[in-house]
Ligand binder design. Structure first.
Ligand SMILES: Nc1ncnc2c1ncn2[C@@H]1O[C@H](COP(=O)(O)OP(=O)(O)O)[C@@H](O)[C@H]1O
Ligand code: SF4
Ligand SMILES: [Mg+2]
Length: 347
């Protein structure tokens, strides 16, 4: 089991606590270990950034929490503890989301209700055959006891809140009539329709131009200030992390290799992978996944995980006889700072 010591912060007990999560895809060719013992916490009113190259298990982690894994994906170990509002006002209960059937009514009410999500387009784009308004109203009425007129008024108000001009008119339009930026704003309106406690945003701005990206990130920060919502922001872009995150989890090959407050990640990174990610940030702003290309080598094939430390074939600090034989574990090295590397603790 992953050594896990990050405890309650000043923000209080975590809203969501992912413990030793492992998610596999058993395929005919072999088993893809997409998430391998990942642990982290999400706190009310804070933004947790999850960063790592493409294929490191960020999206599968999000989809495991939401119970929307593609087949044959399966959570094989770990807990996803979610502190949800109790039925009596003011009360709370802690649920292990891994214990629910993803299609159960319980999970459906949590997903999109208390834990909302926004993904990179086109994965979660609106249905092309229904108007934006109808889809918004459906989402509102699924989670709240509301009539059509009331839901329509709330839908238009949400579009206005996310900065969409002429919201009443947009309600009757189809998603293809909106620009990418407006569509992503509308997705955020949809996600917010049930006052979620947590918003999981997976590469929410990757498909957008730099100006629109900045506007969407501003919008998310503003909404968070308004209602103390927690945000779990997944991105391969360290610039986005620097701007948005309070606390950062760095993932590599399905594992959390370092986690720390955002300032420590940028000014005192301790894992060779985190250091390499930071060195790969180009000075001139560019877009797309090529930002991380300057790290030596590439993420190994998921069936061909190296023995020992998963980063060892690419690590400039590789120690023969240690890094290739034993697996390091995530261990604390400072206040709320954890790292999984033999440079910091013995084999
Ligand atoms: N539906 C799937 N079937 C099989 N393997 C998958 C599936 N989805 C993701 N994976 C694998 O799981 C690993 C983690 O993927 P993912 O979480 O999407 O990475 P990231 O979001 O960090 O780019 C990758 O090796 C990927 O190929
Ligand atoms: S454990 Fe070894 S190979 Fe892995 S990151 Fe640390 S020094 Fe590099
Ligand atoms: Mg992804």
């Amino acid at each position: 089991m992953a050594n896990y010591t990050q405890t309650d912060s000043a923000a209080g007990a975590p809203l969501l606590s992912v413990r030793n999560l492992s998610t596999h895809f058993p395929l005919d060719e072999g088993t893809v270990i997409a998430v391998d013992g990942a642990s982290f916490d999400v706190f009310e009113g804070q933004t947790l950034g999850i960063v790592g190259e493409s294929g490191c298990g960020k999206s599968v982690t999000a989809r495991s929490i939401l119970g929307i894994l593609d087949k044959p994906g399966l959570i094989v170990d770990g807990e996803i503890l979610f502190r949800r509002r109790g039925r009596n006002s003011g009360s709370e209960e802690v649920l292990d989301l891994t214990s629910f059937d993803p299609d159960s009514s319980e999970m459906r009410s949590i997903r999109g209700g208390e834990i909302a999500y926004v993904f990179q387009e086109p994965m979660t784009s609106f249905s092309p055959v229904h108007t934006i308004g109808n889809q918004l109203m459906e989402a509102i009425m699924l989670h709240q006891d509301m009539g059509k007129d009331e839901a329509r008024a709330m839908g238009a108000d949400l579009l206005r809140r996310v900065g969409i001009p002429l919201p009443d008119r947009r309600m009757d339009e189809y998603s293809f009539q909106l620009s990418g930026g407006l569509r992503q704003r509308a997705m955020i309106a949809m996600a917010l329709s049930c006052s979620p406690r947590i918003l999981i945003a997976d590469e929410p701005t990757t498909a957008l131009d730099v100006t629109t990206q900045a506007q969407i990130l501003d919008l998310m920060s503003g909404l968070q200030e308004d209602n103390e919502m927690a945000i779990m922001l997944i991105t391969h872009d360290l610039g986005v992390i620097a701007e948005m995150a309070d606390y950062v989890v760095v993932m590599y090959l399905g594992q959390v290799v370092e986690s720390a407050p955002v300032d420590d990640i940028f000014h005192n990174p301790q894992h060779p992978y985190t250091q390499a990610l930071l060195q790969s940030i180009p000075r001139i702003q560019s877009t797309g996944q090529d930002r991380l290309a300057s790290i030596t080598g590439s993420v190994p094939h998921p069936y061909a995980r190296p023995r020992g430390c998963p980063f060892n074939p690419r690590c400039p600090a590789f120690m023969l006889g240690t890094c290739d034989t034993s697996e390091p574990r995530l261990q604390p090295i400072g206040t709320r700072h954890e790292v999984s590397c033999f440079l910091h603790h013995g084999a």
